[in-house]
Ligand binder design. Structure first.
Ligand code: ATP
Ligand code: MG
Length: 565
């Protein structure tokens, strides 16, 4: 391919509205262009890289025995109502009316559609197990689309769904997908870490996310420095240091005028936030409950929902005032008539200052069990750096990650709702047990760049590079230079390599900069000076040194370098 015959609009300046390196580089290297917020056009180079990732994903899905299908993006609202997800995903879904006023949605995921398919097409244990997959566009009305392809409104996902007759079967299907994911991310040149993820009602290690560690990641991860434990902070648990404080003197009221937030109260009373009990009012199954956590920690709503076995919602101001009998900011566990759930760390008694459920007042020396009754103790907070590993008790580290893949044991939620049954050996009707597995293909593409770039531009792994080699004839008006460059391109293509010839009539420095920006794994320069010696100059993107090699050997040498990479 010749540069002049395609569209590669590189940009020198850093685009204003791109915050992270990979987003800036995708724009600067001419891989994508923004149509509007969260919507992007793939230009030729971006599309080539995307297709290479898709191909690797497809090969590994096929190798794992998954069956490719393609489901519609446009779906009737009705199947979403049958699983109850029209209510829970309503705001995320783009909703459409057709000319007959029928309600449709643009699929944010495909559990409903695939389960409906299987409900109709599979009926015997003889046809099972089966895993179906597709590589397809998803639509999500994200609250904050940002970082380019990382969080888009329209993006490409590989989604797969397994159907089994037993839990042992699900485990096997899950492992097969997990292993395929490990291979896929390895092949696209990404270093990923599989972490335990929140699995809603399923519990256990029913879900793992594949994370690319990066400062710009939107997910928090904690990992143990000692054992293999690693989890999304949404999910992570912690071991508590066993240190019970001595019984305090009787609780006493203290005036805290206008001090409502943890910071304000801590400053006013001149104590550390750790000394405070943070009391939050939530609504669970229509009823208010109080949730107490240490003042310096954040509530993990996923854990609260799991502990209470129900959806949880922060109470509105009126509900808080009614439940506590006090203005906002003075809630505490003492004397409440609603159930109090407390984080297990509070059992140590270290935190002992709480709202008094009265305006401008707090209580000192509050002791759970003595002054306030607890309905149940749970692990309710978001894990942080230095928390102790739940497995081995060693301090954990906190990192940031980009979620590129997610594997999930689903159970029977969708098969039950959509009647996906099969006949077992004894002729009894049984419910199918499902798993689901997603890779953000477009997000993966950008994650590769986020993880692999330098000050000059992208550093593509050869497996996903849009072109493996750039051939740069320095003087395009010199006939011999062009003849040799074309010969080299042909020889490289004969080796099975994808080659781009920069045939623009530009200064050498300009071409070098663009080649580095785009990040071709190998750059081959044909100049009048090198030709005088019967040689060309080659440089790997990752190397600092250049090599002069004889013309006749160049193609074979470059092919060798690419194979090694
Ligand atoms: P996130 O927590 O980042 O919003 P998710 O957990 O909602 O993602 P899944 O439903 O697990 O996403 O989707 C599978 C994969 O699709 C994710 O692992 C991610 O790689 C990708 N993905 C999800 N949302 C987006 C998006 N808005 N833009 C690009 N890729 C996305
Ligand atoms: Mg996910």
């Amino acid at each position: 391919m010749r540069w002049s015959k395609t569209l590669i609009p590189t940009i020198k300046e850093i685009p204003q509205d791109a915050e992270i390196a990979s987003h800036q580089l995708m724009l600067r290297a001419g891989l994508i262009r923004k149509l509007s917020g969260g919507l992007y056009t793939f230009l030729p180079l971006g599309l080539k890289a995307l297709r290479k990732i898709e191909r690797i994903v497809r090969e590994e899905m096929d190798r794992a025995g998954a069956i490719e299908i393609l489901m519609p993006a446009l779906q009737p609202r009705e199947i979403w109502e049958r699983t109850g997800r029209y209510a829970t995903l309503r705001d995320t879904m783009f909703k459409i009316l057709d000319r007959q006023n029928r309600h449709l949605v643009l699929g944010p995921t495909h559990e409903e559609v695939v389960t409906d398919l299987v409900a109709h097409e599979i009926n015997s244990y003889r046809q099972l197990p089966k895993t179906f997959y597709q590589i397809q566009v998803k639509f999500r009305d994200e609250i904050r689309p940002r970082f380019g392809l990382m969080r888009a409104k329209e993006f490409v996902m590989k989604d797969a769904y397994s159907f089994d007759t037993s839990w042992e079967g699900v485990e096997k299907s899950y492992q097969a997908m997990y292993n395929a994911y490990v291979r896929i991310f390895e092949r696209v040149g990404l270093r990923t870490k599989a972490v335990e993820a929140d699995s809603g009602a399923m519990g256990g290690s029913a879900s793992h996310e594949f994370m690319v560690l990066a400062e710009s990641g939107e997910d928090g991860i904690v990992e143990c420095g000692d054992c293999a434990y690693a989890a999304n902070t949404e999910r992570a648990e912690r071991k508590l240091a066993a240190a019970a404080s001595p019984e305090p003197p009787p609780a006493a009221r203290v005036a805290t005028p206008n001090s409502r937030t943890i910071e304000e109260i801590a400053a006013f009373l001149k104590v550390k936030p750790e000394m405070l009990i943070k009391t939050l009012i939530y609504v669970v199954k229509g009823q208010p409950v109080a949730v107490c956590i240490p003042g310096h920690r954040e509530l993990n709503e996923h854990k609260l929902a799991r502990a209470l076995g129900a959806d949880v919602q922060m109470a509105d101001d009126a509900t808080v005032e009614k439940a506590t009998g006090a203005p906002l900011g003075f809630a505490g566990p003492v004397g409440l008539t609603i159930p109090v759930y407390a984080d297990a760390e509070l059992a140590s008694g270290q935190a002992s200052i709480a709202g008094a459920n009265a305006a401008d007042t707090h209580l000192l020396n509050v002791r759970f069990g003595r002054d306030a009754q607890v309905a149940a103790w749970h692990d309710l907070v978001i894990c942080r750096e230095h928390d102790l590993c739940p497995r081995c008790g060693q301090p954990m580290r906190e990192k940031r990650g980009i979620e590129v893949g997610h594997v999930f044991k689903l159970g029977v939620k969708y098969s039950q709702a959509l009647d996906a049954m099969y006949l077992d050996e004894a002729g009894n009707r049984q419910t199918l047990i499902m798993g689901c597995y997603g890779i953000g293909v477009t997000r993966t593409l950008q994650a590769v760049i986020e993880q692999s770039h330098d000050a000059n531009g992208i550093v593509w792994p050869a497996s996903v590079a849009p072109f493996e080699v750039a051939v740069l004839p320095l003087n395009v008006n010199h006939a011999e230079t062009m003849r040799v460059a074309e010969e080299l391109v042909a020889a490289l293509e004969a080796q099975g390599l994808a080659v781009l010839m920069d045939d623009r009539d530009e200064r050498p420095g300009f071409k070098f900069k663009d080649a580095d920006l785009i990040g071709f794994p190998v750059r081959a320069v044909v100049s009048e000076r090198s030709l005088a010696e019967g040689k060309i100059e080659i440089k790997q993107r990752t190397a600092t040194d250049k090599k002069m090699v004889p013309l006749a050997e160049a193609a074979g040498l470059i092919a060798g370098l690419i194979r090694e990479a």
